[in-house]
Design a protein around this ligand. Structure first.
Ligand code: PBG
Length: 328
C-alpha cells in the first residue's frame, strides 16, 4: 500500500469525530434491533431471569407496557417467546388461541400498533420433554409429524396479529409447511423470518433458563447445525429460500460472523443475526466484575454484527442500546 500510494495516511481521516463520521461505512440504529420478550401467564407478573441480569419474564400486560417503551425508543421489533402454564408432549399450548404468546400479541398490537411483532414458532417451551418437535415412543424427534403442528402454531399467531413468524425448530421442510398454511388461511402477506442457519450452540444456556425449555433427555444436535460447518449453512439458506423464507436468520452471532457474511453475500437476502443469551450474559458478567466497559462492548458487538452483513439484530441489549444511541 505505501509503495504504491506513498502519500496515503489513513490517520488523516481519523483525527476528529466529524471526519470519522463523514467516512463511516456502517451504522447501528434502534430500527435495526429486535428485542426478545419472554411472556408468562397472568397479569402484573414479572420474574427476573437469574442468568440474564436485566431480563425478566413478563405477563402479557407488562410485555405490552415494555413494548410501548421500546417503540418510543425507536426499536424496530419485538420477538415473543412464550412460557405456558402447563406443558404436554404435543406442545398444544403453542397453538392455543388463548395461549400466552397469542394473548401478548393482541395486547402489544393494541398498545403499540406500529411496533412490529415477531412470534417465535417452536415447541420446546411447550413440550414436557423440551424438544423442538414431537418425539416418537423410541425418543426420536419426528420431523414430518411436527410440520403440521408448527404450521398450526404459525397460523394461530398470525391470527392473533403477529406481523412476522420466526420458526426456530430446525425441522426439515417447515418453511414450506408454514408458508402454505399461512397462504391457505389468508395470511399471504405475513413474512417468514426463518432460523435458516441455527447452530447447536453452547451459547443458548441462559435462554433455556429464561424460556424453561432445556431438553429433558438428549440434546439438539440431531436437528441444529454442527458448529464445524459453513458450506452447509449456505445449503440451509438456499433451501429455506426455495421454500419461501423472506428473511434468513443466523444464530448465534459473534462466533458466526463469517457465516453472516457468507449467507449475505451468497444469497443477497435480508439477514437477521441473533445475538444470543450466552453472548449477552458473558458481557453482563464481565462488566459486573468491572472487567469490561459494558456500554462500549455492547455497541461494538452490535455494530460488528451489522458490519458482517446483518440487516437486523435480535439482542437482549435492544433497549439499552437504543437508549444509548438516542442519547448520541
Ligand atoms: C428454541 C430457541 C432457542 C433459542 C431461541 N429459540 C434455544 C434452543 O434452541 O435451545 C436461543 C436464543 C438465545 O440463546 O438467546 N428453539
Amino acid at each position: 500500500m505505501r509503495a504504491s500510494f506513498p502519500s496515503y495516511r489513513p490517520r488523516r481521516l481519523r483525527r476528529t469525530e466529524r471526519l470519522r463520521r463523514l467516512v463511516r461505512e456502517n451504522e447501528l440504529s434502534p430500527e435495526h434491533l429486535i428485542a426478545p420478550l419472554f411472556v408468562i401467564a397472568g397479569r402484573s407478573e414479572r420474574r427476573p431471569v437469574e442468568s440474564m441480569p436485566g431480563v425478566e419474564q413478563l405477563s402479557a400486560d407488562l410485555a405490552a407496557e415494555k413494548a410501548q417503551g421500546l417503540r418510543e425508543l425507536g426499536v424496530g421489533a419485538v420477538i415473543l417467546f412464550g412460557i405456558p402454564e402447563s406443558k404436554d408432549p404435543g406442545g398444544s399450548g403453542a397453538y392455543d388461541p388463548e395461549g400466552v404468546v397469542q394473548d401478548a400479541v393482541r395486547l402489544i398490537k393494541a398498545a403499540a400498533p406500529d411496533l412490529l411483532v415477531v412470534s417465535d414458532v417452536c415447541l420446546c417451551e411447550y413440550t414436557t420433554h423440551g424438544h423442538c418437535g414431537l418425539v416418537t415412543p423410541s425418543g426420536e424427534v419426528d420431523n414430518d409429524a411436527t410440520l403440521e403442528v408448527l404450521a398450526r402454531v404459525a397460523v394461530s399467531q398470525a391470527r392473533a396479529g403477529a406481523d412476522l413468524v420466526a420458526p426456530s425448530d430446525m425441522m426439515d421442510g417447515r418453511v414450506a409447511a408454514i408458508r402454505s398454511a399461512l397462504d391457505a388461511e389468508g395470511f399471504a402477506w405475513v413474512p417468514i423470518m426463518s432460523y435458516a442457519v441455527k447452530y447447536a450452540s453452547a451459547f443458548y444456556g441462559p435462554f433455556r433458563e429464561a424460556a424453561e425449555s432445556a431438553p429433558k433427555f438428549g440434546d439438539r444436535r440431531g436437528y441444529q447445525m454442527d458448529p464445524a460447518n459453513a458450506e452447509e449453512a449456505l445449503r440451509e439458506a438456499w433451501l429455506d429460500i426455495s421454500e419461501g423464507a423472506d428473511i434468513l436468520m443466523v444464530k448465534p452471532a459473534l462466533p458466526y460472523l463469517d457465516i453472516v457474511r457468507r449467507v449475505k453475500e451468497a444469497t443477497g437476502y435480508p439477514v437477521c443475526a441473533y445475538h444470543v443469551s450466552g453472548e449477552y450474559s458473558m458481557l453482563k458478567a464481565a462488566s459486573a466484575r468491572g472487567w469490561i466497559d459494558e456500554t462500549a462492548a455492547m455497541l461494538e458487538s452490535l455494530l460488528a454484527i451489522r458490519r458482517a452483513g446483518a440487516d437486523c439484530v435480535i439482542t437482549y441489549f435492544a433497549e439499552a442500546a437504543a437508549r444509548r444511541l438516542r442519547a448520541g
